[in-house]
Design a binder for this molecule. Structure first.
Ligand SMILES: *Cc1c(COP(=O)(O)O)cnc(C)c1O
Length: 491
């Protein structure tokens, strides 16, 4: 007979929990299966929002009742990135397999900071696969992190250690005596600059190099800026190429950047947040040539590879330097020869700032095993093919215009209209699309013009969704032009 605790967080009746658990599983599988029948997004009404301003609950509520609140007040009001009509920003759709794996990971509740356990070994398995994907050497290191924002920061910190020596960890930048300079393009994600901010190197140390007509870093400009920096006594130490810019999907000339990094003795980092994993798609992989020469690659499994949030990754060629940047021996984390705290190989917490870490590796392992690299690669090829289809549909519509080259799976376009009012019309049009629940693009600015931006990341999106986007854009675009003309008449 099991001892009865005065109060336990486990149920008194496991059969009841099991029944309720199966109901919850059915509810969420139903949701996934019938996503397409729902709007992409809908704003939450005030009463739903207010439901989250209740006082701190003192006593218990039945799980069944809490779950009903989830079904009514949470599930319908997510941003909608799981939906096939979602085309905003850069977000993955998630998979049924990833969802189930998350549940299992939660059941074990492993803390994957380290120690002698297979969950850590699963993470090392992913690292070995990642090395293979990018043709990195056996002593390359890597860990899961929240996302590419964190991965870029880790890349910058390891590069800093290389440039200034391990002692910089204790002496700090104040006495380094060197003025470091780094380079990325103006099209780089803002988190690259943020990494310079957080690292203490300062955003001014990062030079933003202009881009060419393709949205790729202007190589001649890069060379000029490096030469000028040397002339002025700076020490160039780091260049970040982007494999898939967030605005247009441009891929920097990675082989040329690798050559320059070699000649100039720069750390070659790649922000491949979503684009790097296109190495899984045989038709797109050649676009990434040169990525295998990087010193570090930051990328996300949660974007194009559709693994559930969050699942960022940092891969570093020089594993010893990576470890030297973060490892910090302390008594309560002492390592032993046997038992639960075996020293070798080093622990994930030795490669980044996080000690307690979730089991992100499991959902990734399930996804890679279940779908295979071929399956995930097909999603990536499919997104690029869909972008070409959207591009063709835009070019065939006199009312629409393409505003940037379509490099991978991102299409920037606008509704043609009225000199001076085009930005306002297109901004309103994008909002109208989002509020319609039909298709949800986001916006960005291309060459000073507001563009509607459709990023085709969702593995569920088809030509049907692209057709719906075009149809709704034409309809709402005409409405918005009418609206603007109406205002003018009144004014
Ligand atoms: C999404 C993205 C990032 C940021 O990644 P997070 O996972 O959101 O932290 C950085 N760079 C690029 C190019 C991105 O698309």
């Amino acid at each position: 007979m099991q001892q009865k605790l005065e109060y336990s967080l486990d149920p008194d009746n496991w059969d009841e929990l099991r029944t309720q658990g199966h109901r919850m599983l059915d509810d969420i599988i139903d949701y996934m299966q019938h996503l397409r029948e729902r709007p992409v997004w809908q704003p939450a009404p005030d009463d739903v929002r207010n439901a989250f301003r209740e006082p701190l609950p003192q006593g218990p509520t039945a799980l069944q009742e809490v779950h009903q609140t989830f079904m009514q007040n949470i599930l319908p009001y997510a941003i909608g990135n799981a939906h096939p009509g979602f085309m905003g920003w850069v977000q993955g759709g998630g998979t049924p397999v990833g969802m189930l794996a998350e549940m299992l990971a939660a059941g074990i509740n492993a803390n994957v900071g380290g120690r002698n356990q297979i969950p850590v070994e699963v993470e090392r398995q992913i690292l070995r696969w990642v090395r293979e994907l990018f043709s990195f050497p056996e002593d390359a290191s890597g860990i899961f992190v929240t996302g590419t924002s964190m991965a870029n920061l880790i890349g910058v910190l390891v590069a800093r250690t290389k440039a200034l020596g391990v002692d910089i960890r204790s002496t700090g930048l104040q006495n380094s005596g060197k003025r470091l300079a780094a380079y990325t393009s103006v099209a780089a994600h803002a988190c690259v600059a943020q990494a310079f901010d957080l690292s203490g190197l300062g955003t001014n140390a990062l030079r933003l190099i202009p881009t060419d007509a393709q949205g790729e870093m202007d190589i001649e400009a890069l060379k000029r800026v490096i030469a000028k920096d040397r002339e002025h006594g700076f020490t160039p130490f780091f260049v970040a190429g982007t494999a898939g810019t967030v605005d247009t999907g441009a891929v920097d000339k990675l082989t040329v950047l690798a050559d320059i990094a070699e000649q100039e003795d720069l750390w070659f980092h790649i922000d491949g947040a979503y684009g790097a994993l296109a190495v899984m798609a045989p038709d797109i992989a050649p676009r990434l040539a040169g990525i295998e020469r990087a010193d570090s690659i930051a990328f996300d499994f949660h974007k194009w590879a559709q693994v559930q949030y969050d699942a960022g990754f940092i891969l570093v060629r020089d594993g010893a330097l990576h470890e030297a940047t973060f490892a910090a021996p302390v008594a309560y984390l002492a390592r032993a020869e046997r038992g639960m705290a075996t020293a070798s190989p080093p622990w994930p917490c030795d490669f980044g700032p996080d000690l307690s870490r979730g089991f992100r590796a499991l959902k990734t392992w399930y996804a890679i095993k279940t779908y295979g690299i071929d399956g995930l690669g097909k999603v990536i090829s499919g997104g690029c093919a869909l972008a070409q289809y959207l591009k063709q549909r835009i070019e065939a519509e006199p009312a629409l215009e393409l505003l940037a080259p379509v490099s991978l799976n991102i299409v920037c376009f606008g509704y043609r209209c009225c000199e001076g009012d085009a930005d306002r019309v297109n901004a309103n049009l994008a909002i109208a699309l989002q509020e319609s629940g039909i298709a949800a693009p986001s916006t960005t600015t291309i060459n000073g013009r507001l563009a509607i931006r459709a990023a085709l990341f969702n593995h569920r999106s088809t030509t049907q969704d692209v057709d719906a986007l075009i149809e709704a854009t034409l309809r709402f675009g005409a409405d918005e032009v009418q609206n603007i003309k109406g205002y003018e008449k009144v004014a």
